[in-house]
Design a protein around this ligand. Structure first.
Ligand code: GLV
Ligand code: MN
Ligand code: MN
Length: 412
């Protein structure tokens, strides 16, 4: 059974979690910003300390590669996750997967193990998609779903250009994205939802992942006086936006619906108490595990945008800024996860990832699956995100067993 240095892994999770905490105590490491650079520097230092070959590719993905003279050139078992965060984030989302990957490789290396295949840990660029869209960008580019040049031209919510920011922080690399050919990809992550914790399972064997559609909407009405303008005379961009949001929420509540719709960004202009809003810009994040259902929701959104434009007499424009189909993971690796959980006497359930993940893009390249650790009360994208040390360690043990078995495999 693979033994990892749990204390070292936990210490590094805590240490990386301190990076990007601002004056008000919030942890924010947006893709390619100054805080994320410090996180990258830390991870690269740890890769070097572990004696790994490090690489950076043309979209800024960073790699720590463990290879021996005998296995160099063979398709690698790839793993990892991301170290960028949302705004005011938790400690574990993404970083757990990167640091557990590092720990398992370092522990195996120190134990003198020489696997048949190289193992590469990756921290992908801009998984969260908060600053630049689409999300999961580094893995999307790695898997060939978007060119590095196009991704580097992405304009951020703050007006910056991703390629320029990567260059500024010293992480615009030379390697072509996709330079390492993966034999398999396994990502370890916290669940970020309530199921494992609520049902008392220690391990999630992730068998699929729901589709994601992001739309940026702008509604333009007419600025006018709140006290003098009768309702019938208004072109109220705020009311139009509110109608869209509540309409999408009602669709989520229809019997049998598995849709989740969220408006996480919402900006009113001029944003004054006694002024009818002239302009609203907001986002709609729609998710569903079924592609046809997701398409039906996109059609419904387009339709309600047309209706409010006509009925509220406002101008509506919308742009799809991110789109990922649902993904089914590799059944063989899902079974391997179940086997290693059982071997350690840990309770395991199959589960769907509600969150977007780099693994969904890597699944385009090679057999892929994910392992989830329980998130206490299902809280995530929140500083209160928490997974107990015992669960982090137990899950990392299963993960280590799975990665080593894959790294010893001759054939798919
Ligand atoms: C990433 O965390 C996402 O699911 O939006
Ligand atoms: Mn994540
Ligand atoms: Mn996240």
């Amino acid at each position: 059974m693979v033994m990892i240095d749990s204390e070292r892994m936990l210490r590094r999770i805590r240490e990386l979690g301190e990076i990007g905490i601002n004056e008000t105590g919030e942890r924010t490491r947006l893709a390619a910003d100054d805080s994320e650079k410090l996180g990258r520097d830390k991870v690269m230092t740890w890769f070097h300390e572990a004696g790994l070959r490090t690489e950076v590719d043309k979209i800024g993905n960073i790699f720590g590669i463990w290879e021996t003279e005998e296995n160099r050139g063979r398709d690698a078992v790839m793993t990892g996750s991301h170290i960028d965060t949302v705004v005011n984030a938790g400690r574990y989302d993404g970083t757990y997967g990167v640091l557990a990957g590092l720990e398992l490789v370092q522990s195996l290396k120190e134990a003198g193990v020489r696997p048949y295949r190289p193992v590469a840990i990756c921290a992908f660029t801009n998984e969260e998609g908060v600053r630049y869209q689409p999300d999961m960008m580094g893995s999307l580019v790695y898997a060939g779903g978007m060119s590095a040049e196009e991704a580097c031209r992405a304009v951020g919510t703050d007006g910056t250009i991703l390629g320029e920011e990567l260059s500024r922080i010293g992480y615009l690399g030379e390697r072509e994205a996709g330079f390492l050919k993966p034999f398999a990809f396994v990502e370890l992550h916290i669940e970020q939802g309530p199921l494992l914790d609520a049902e008392g399972f220690q391990i999630g064997a992730v068998e699929d992942l729901q589709g994601i559609s992001w739309t940026q909407v702008t509604i333009e009405g007419a600025q006018n006086h709140a006290g003098t303008t009768p309702i019938a005379y208004r072109h109220d961009a705020g009311v139009a936006a509110a109608r869209v949001i509540t309409f999408m929420r009602e669709r989520c509540l229809l019997p049998g619906s598995r849709t989740l719709s969220t408006t996480g960004c919402f900006a009113l202009e001029p944003n004054a108490i006694n002024v009818i809003p002239s302009r609203v810009s907001f986002t709609v994040d729609i998710r569903n595990p079924n592609e046809e259902s997701l398409q039906a929701e996109e059609t419904a959104l387009d339709e309600i945008l047309r209706i409010v434009a006509a009925e509220e007499r406002v101008n509506v424009t919308s742009r799809r800024i991110s789109r990922f189909k649902p993904v089914r993971f590799d059944e063989g690796i899902v079974r391997l996860i179940e086997k290693h959980a059982a071997a350690r006497g840990l309770s395991c359930r199959r589960i769907t990832s509600g969150a977007g993940q780099d693994a969904q893009n890597m699944a385009l390249l090679c057999p892929t699956a994910m392992i989830f650790a329980p998130s206490v009360a299902g809280i995530s994208h929140n500083p209160k995100e928490y997974t107990s040390d015992a669960d982090l360690v137990a899950c990392a043990g299963v993960y280590a067993g799975v990665i080593l078995e894959l790294a010893e495999k001759r054939n798919p």
